[in-house]
Design a protein around this ligand. Structure first.
Ligand SMILES: *Cc1c(COP(=O)(O)O)cnc(C)c1O
Length: 352
């Protein structure tokens, strides 16, 4: 804290990212990265971009990437906004679309960046509790609001709503933006992107960080009708004209073009998740149904915080949140089969 800081900054509690350890031989299951590398075509595309061209600014409009993403979803480039990770896209969306007299609604247990954006931008928020089974109860969102933000699948719970479940909310909530954060959608949930032509207030946000193994490249995007996208462009062009560098643009296009790699790696994650859920259950854990590349689990007889510390001492890192309602849960990312062996083996020893 310093007297030189703007007053609002003194009051912020910034988001705390999961640990990125410098020690390399850890089984790292704490930040939901993809355990499989990006497509070799992504690496080749980035390497091809390395050269004298780097003295030039990148395309401020990311035309080629937006066209590639649009084609993937059957939309037009005017329906696509790209940013430096979906965190940046979400931040722009909160500022551009969520700052109204009425509060934005989001669940009590969800992505912890949402309250941070509200505090940063002075947006009123109303937190809606998940039900006793840690599920989003959509009826609770039928109330006056300045916007609705749902992660689907939700994080850190992993549970998902179907498109059919979500559509009535869109049909009844037409005067404020409904933002669906689909960071994990490719691991077993349904995207709402197909509803965009019918709902002018729907904004879908996705990322290349999880299902396309590119957390290190920082590329995210929003899909919505051009009127919503234009609002995001206004914020972006008031902030940073070039959020995506040349390497990120080239790599992201290649990532969308290699569908086989995307399909095979996500299927491997889904298969390992089924095994991890089964074996955690056999060890006595209660595991919430997951449509994501992580599971959220609690053991009725063990303190989650201590279990996380014991796992860390055994060189496996998972995420624990010291937050109301979820302090007895561990969020465990789905890694490779070998990482699952390590996790389950060490948990078996600790629980014996
Ligand atoms: C990982 C994650 C994001 C952000 O991902 P980026 O790496 O910034 O694209 C957004 N929302 C949720 C719920 C996430 O878990």
């Amino acid at each position: 804290m310093s007297r030189l800081w703007s007053p609002q900054i003194q009051a912020l509690s910034p988001y705390v990212p999961g640990e990125q350890p410098k020690i390399l031989d850890l089984v790292k299951l704490n930040t939901n990265e993809n355990p499989y590398g990006p497509s070799p075509k992504v690496i080749a595309a980035i390497q091809a971009e390395l050269g004298d061209g780097l003295r030039l600014y990148p395309d401020p409009n990311a035309d080629r990437l937006r066209a590639t993403i649009a084609e993937h979803f059957g939309l037009t480039p005017r329906h696509v906004f790209v940013g430096n990770g979906s965190d940046e896209v979400l931040a722009h969306a909160f500022l551009a679309l969520m700052r109204h007299a009425r509060p934005v609604l989001y669940p009590d247990i969800s992505y912890s960046f949402y309250p941070v954006y509200c505090a940063l931008y002075g947006i009123a928020a109303e937190v809606i509790p998940l039900d006793a089974d840690y599920r989003v109860r959509l009826e609770d969102y039928a109330r006056p609001n300045g916007g609705i933000v749902l992660a689907n699948p939700n994080a850190p719970t992993g549970t998902a709503l179907t498109r059919a479940e979500l559509e009535p909310l869109l049909a009844s909530n037409r005067d404020s933006v409904v933002l669906l954060d689909e960071a994990y959608v490719d691991f077993g949930a349904e995207t709402a992107a197909a509803l965009i032509p019918r709902y002018e207030q729907l904004l879908v946000v996705q990322t290349l960080s999880k299902s396309r193994s590119l957390a290190g490249l920082r590329v995210g995007y929003a899909l919505g009708q051009p009127e919503l996208i234009d609002a995001l462009e206004r914020v972006k062009n008031s902030f940073n004209s070039y959020p995506l560098d040349r390497l990120a643009l080239a790599g992201a296009v290649a990532a969308f073009e290699d569908r086989d790699h995307f399909e095979s790696t996500r299927q491997r994650v889904i298969a390992t998740r089924a095994r991890v859920v089964n074996e955690l259950t056999a060890l006595g854990f209660q595991v919430l149904p997951s449509s994501a590349n992580f599971v959220f689990a609690r053991h009725p007889e063990r303190e989650a915080k201590q279990l996380a510390a014991e796992l860390r001492a055994a060189r496996v890192i998972v995420r624990h949140f010291s937050l109301p309602r979820i302090e007895q849960f561990l969020r465990i990312s789905i890694g490779t089969e070998a990482q699952a062996d390590a996790l389950l083996g060490r948990l078996g020893e600790l629980l014996r």
